[in-house]
Write a protein that binds this ligand. Structure first.
Ligand code: HPA
Ligand code: ZN
Length: 350
C-alpha cells in the first residue's frame, strides 16, 4: 500500500496520534460508566452499592477473562434507572471522545441488561438518542446507535428485544452481538440476524475475541455481518486472514481491552501490527474504557509505544475507521479530507 502523506518525524508521532481525527466503532456505552458516575447515579437513585468508595470499586477491576469482567460490568450498569442517567453517561463519554479528537462514534448499547431490571426500552433509547443529538451540537461529533443482543441469552429473547425496539427503529442504525462468546457461537442467532437484515439494519458481531476463528467465519457467512468486533483470534487461521483482507472486512480491535482481559500477556505481544501487515482493515477502539484503563488516545499511544508502529500505520488505522463506519459517503469524504490535511500539516518541511 502506498503512503498517502509525506514523511513525518517519528518524535511527533504521539502528538499526531492524539490529534488526528478518528472514528470510534467499538464502544459499549455502559462500559464508559466511570466509578465516580456509578456512585453519583447510585446516590441520585437512592441505591445501595456493594462498594464503599470509588477506590474500592476500582480495585475490583482486576479481570482474568471476559466473564470476570462481564459480572462487574452488568452490576455497574444497574445504577442506570432514568433516561437522564443514560444521557449523562453518554455525554460524559462524548466529552472524553472530543478530547481525543474522535469526530464520529458508533455506540453499542445492551438493552437486555436494562429491560431485565424493569427499565423500559423507551427510557434507554430516549436518553442515549438525546445524547447523540447533543454530541453533535456541543462537540461536533456525529454519533449513532448499535443495539446489541446478549449472546448468553436465547435467540427468542433477542427476537423479543427487537420487537420492543421497533417503535424507535429510526434511532437505531445497526445490530450487534456481545457478552460471553465461548459456547455462544454466532449461528445461535442466525434467524434474528436474518430478520434484522430484512429490516435494513447494518450488522456487526463480536467474534474471535476469546472464541475460535470458526466464530468469525460464521459471523461472516451465517449472520452476514459487515464488520467483526475484535477478531484478533483470526491470525490462527490463514484462510480466514486471506478472506478478511480480500473482502476488506474491518476488525474493530481493542488493545487495552485485550490486555485487561488477558487475551494477550502484554501489549508488546498484541497482533495489531500483524493484522495490518496482512492487509486487514483493522481499527483501534476502546471497548469499555472505564473498566480497561483508557479511552481512544490511550489505546493508540500505549499500543504504538508497545509494538512500535509508525506514522503510515497511524494513517491507515484512522483511515480504516472512517472507511468502515456507517456514515454516508459525503461525510466519509469530508473526514478523509480532514485526515489528509492533518497528516500534511504534521509533515516535515521539504
Ligand atoms: N466482549 C463481549 N461483550 C462485551 C464486551 C466485550 O469486550 N464489552 C461489553 N460487553
Ligand atoms: Zn466489545
Amino acid at each position: 500500500m502506498t503512503f498517502a502523506v509525506k514523511p513525518i518525524a517519528t518524535g511527533r508521532l504521539p502528538q499526531l496520534l492524539s490529534q488526528m481525527p478518528k472514528a470510534e466503532l467499538h464502544i459499549h456505552i455502559e462500559g464508559s460508566l466511570e466509578p465516580e458516575l456509578i456512585f453519583a447515579l447510585a446516590e441520585r437513585n437512592r441505591m445501595e452499592i456493594a462498594y464503599r468508595t470509588v477506590e474500592e470499586l476500582r480495585a475490583a477491576y482486576a479481570f482474568t477473562d471476559l466473564q470476570s469482567f462481564l459480572d462487574i460490568y452488568y452490576a455497574g450498569a444497574s445504577v442506570l434507572i432514568q433516561a437522564q442517567d443514560f444521557y449523562d453517561m453518554a455525554m460524559a463519554y462524548f466529552a472524553r471522545a472530543a478530547a481525543d479528537h474522535v469526530v464520529h462514534a458508533e455506540l453499542f448499547f445492551d438493552p437486555q441488561t436494562h429491560t431485565a431490571r424493569g427499565i423500559s426500552m423507551e427510557t434507554v433509547i430516549d436518553g442515549l438518542h438525546r445524547a447523540c443529538v447533543d454530541a453533535q451540537k456541543r462537540y461536533g461529533i456525529s454519533a449513532l446507535l448499535i443495539m446489541c443482543f446478549l449472546r448468553h441469552l436465547s435467540e427468542q429473547e433477542a427476537f423479543e428485544t427487537l420487537e420492543q425496539a421497533m417503535p424507535w427503529r429510526d434511532r437505531i442504525t445497526g445490530i450487534g452481538l456481545d457478552s460471553g462468546e465461548v459456547g455462544n457461537p454466532p449461528e445461535k442467532f442466525a434467524k434474528v440476524f436474518a430478520r434484522c437484515r430484512e429490516l435494513g439494519f447494518r450488522l456487526v458481531a463480536h467474534a474471535g475475541e476469546e472464541g475460535p476463528p470458526a466464530y468469525v467465519w460464521t459471523a461472516l457467512d451465517v449472520l452476514k455481518v459487515e464488520r467483526i468486533d475484535h477478531g484478533v483470534q483470526s491470525v490462527k487461521d490463514r484462510l480466514l486472514m486471506e478472506r478478511l483482507a480480500r473482502d476488506q472486512i474491518a476488525l474493530t480491535v481493542c488493545p487495552l481491552s485485550n490486555l485487561k482481559l488477558c487475551v494477550f500477556p502484554d501489549l508488546a505481544s498484541h497482533n495489531l501490527g500483524k493484522l495490518l501487515d496482512a492487509g486487514i482493515a483493522a481499527t483501534v477502539n476502546s471497548d469499555d474504557p472505564a473498566y480497561f484503563g483508557g479511552y481512544m488516545n490511550d489505546n493508540f499511544l500505549q499500543t504504538f509505544a508497545a509494538i512500535g508502529l509508525d506514522t503510515e500505520q497511524a494513517y491507515r488505522l484512522a483511515r480504516n475507521s472512517f472507511e468502515a463506519s456507517f456514515i454516508d459517503d459525503a461525510a466519509r469524504r469530508r473526514h478523509l479530507d480532514h485526515l489528509q490535511g492533518c497528516f500534511d500539516a504534521f509533515a516535515s518541511p521539504a
